[in-house]
Each structure stands twice: as structure tokens, then as C-alpha cells.
Design a protein around this ligand. Structure first.
Ligand code: AP5
Ligand code: MG
Length: 220
């Protein structure tokens, strides 16, 4: 099954997407993670993306579309995948539809997570990430067992993302409303949209998401 996760920064796309992908055995394709990895390794892509990301802006569509096209061609993505952070603009959504159509496929469900803006800012300000496995922790809602250390990689100190500073968070939210939110209507008009409230505990959100997914694909 081909799932797209939609929603503003901090709504829980990475948290829920990781869990869904592990449960179903599909790869999680997170374009934000791919870009952060490229920045950390200072590859040509990373050098181009670094300042754009730090400013809370979007990396150009042609770069992102090429990147996802390559990733989707890998064998582990043949049976399905969870996309986190792509598509993010209408041209990206159109390109994804075209890529899948070449293989006789389509996006099965676009899961849109929702939460109030102040909650998003609170979550992002307290987010910390494992530099090894990229798992997201939260100093308030999902702290690690030992302060500042990943539960699975205790040798690695948790880090704060470069774009999780309050000014950049606000900019990312603005960019989301201007460029990514229109995708909610894009998938709604195509009969693929399922909206899931992203508030409450992470377990509660995951239960909702699983039920919504089951209901959406049950009839297909
Ligand atoms: P990306 O990495 O995709 O960032 P984002 O969309 O801003 O989303 P986040 O990763 O910040 O939030 P999330 O929804 O994954 O939330 P999480 O689960 O971590 O993109 C980063 C940048 O890369 C972009 O700004 C852009 O520059 C570039 N980029 C990426 N893709 C692109 C594309 N396609 N085109 C162009 N540019 C692109 O949760 C957040 C926090 O909340 C965590 O601390 C978590 O523990 C906590 N939390 C989660 N669920 C709950 C809950 N239910 N209750 C309380 N706390 C919770
Ligand atoms: Mg994320």
C-alpha cells in the first residue's frame, strides 16, 4: 500500500510514520531525514539544502522529485511505502501521481494529521532526536529513559534540529499554510484523503490512524 502522511511541522508525521512502517514492514521514506543526512555528510545535495532548510523554506521541486523517484525505484519500495514530508507542493503531488501511474499504481491513502498551532510550537521546541536512528523524543511528552540519551543508542547524545528554533518554526508553519496545505484539497478531490486528529497521546493517535486506515482501504 502507498501511503502519504500530510500535516504541519510537529504534528507527528515522523513519530506515527515510523510506527506504521515498522508494523506493516514497509519502508518509511522521509525526505526531511534524507536531506538532514545529506547536510550532515556535506554532499552536493546537502550543501545546497542546508541554508534553505535552516531558513524554514522548501528545497526546489525538481531536486525533491528526482530524489523520491530514485528512492521509489529501490526494490524494498515495490510492495508499498509510507511517505513522510513528500509531496509538499502541488507540483510534487502531480509528479508523484505520474511516477506511480507509470507503474500502474496510485497513492492509496493520504493521511492528514491535525493539531492546533500552539501545540505544534510547544512540541517542536521540546523535540530532541537520536543522531543514529532519528527517533524523535520530546523533553515534555516523550522523554528518553536517561536524560539526553537515546534508549536504543545510549552512546549517542540526543540533538536538537537546526530548524527547531522558534523563529524558524513560525516560518515553517507559514510555508506549510502557503504551499503544503493545498494538498489536503488535492487528495480530498481525488477521494484519497483521511483526516486524523493528531492530539492526545502518541498511542491514541496511532490507534485512530490505524482504524482510519482500515476503514479507508477496507472497501478497496
Ligand atoms: P521535515 O523533516 O519533513 O519536517 P516537518 O514537515 O517540518 O515536520 P517535522 O519533522 O518537524 O514534524 P513531524 O510531523 O515529523 O513531527 P514529529 O513526529 O517529529 O522537513 C524539514 C525540512 O526539509 C523542510 O522545512 C524543508 O526545508 C525540507 N524538505 C523536506 N521535505 C521536502 C519536500 N518534499 N520539498 C521541499 N523541501 C522539503 O513530532 C514532533 C515532536 O512532537 C516530537 O518531539 C515528538 O516526540 C512529539 N510528539 C509526537 N506526537 C505527539 C503527541 N501525540 N503528543 C505529544 N507530543 C508528540
Ligand atoms: Mg518529521
Amino acid at each position: 500500500m502507498r501511503i502519504v502522511l500530510l500535516g504541519p511541522p510537529g504534528v507527528g508525521k515522523g513519530t506515527q510514520g515510523r510506527r506504521l512502517a515498522v508494523d506493516r514492514g514497509w519502508p518509511l521514506i522521509s525526505t526531511g531525514e534524507v536531506l538532514r543526512e545529506a547536510v550532515a555528510r556535506a554532499t552536493p545535495l546537502g550543501l545546497e539544502a542546508r541554508q534553505i532548510m535552516a531558513a524554514g523554506q522548501l528545497v526546489p521541486d525538481d531536486i525533491m522529485i528526482g530524489l523520491v523517484r530514485e528512492r521509489m525505484a529501490e526494490s524494498d519500495a515495490a510492495a508499498g511505502f509510507v511517505l513522510d514530508g513528500f509531496p509538499r507542493t502541488v507540483p510534487q503531488a502531480e509528479a508523484l501521481d505520474a511516477m506511480l501511474a507509470e507503474r500502474g499504481r496510485a497513492v492509496d491513502v493520504a493521511l492528514a494529521l491535525t493539531a492546533p498551532e500552539e501545540e505544534l510550537v510547544r512540541r517542536l521546541s521540546a523535540r530532541r532526536e537520536c543522531p543514529v536512528c532519528k527517533r524523535a523524543y520530546n523533553l515534555v511528552s516523550a522523554p528518553p529513559s536517561v536524560m539526553d540519551r537515546c534508549d536504543d543508542h545510549p552512546q549517542a547524545a540526543l540533538i536538537q534540529r537546526a530548524d527547531d528554533e522558534e523563529g524558524t518554526i513560525r516560518k515553517r508553519l507559514e510555508v506549510y499554510h502557503a504551499q503544503t496545505r493545498p494538498l489536503v484539497d488535492y487528495y480530498r478531490t481525488r477521494g484519497r484523503l483521511v483526516e486524523v486528529p493528531g492530539t492526545g497521546t502518541s498511542d491514541l493517535v496511532y490507534d485512530r490512524l490505524r482504524q482510519a486506515l482500515g476503514a479507508a482501504v477496507g472497501g478497496r
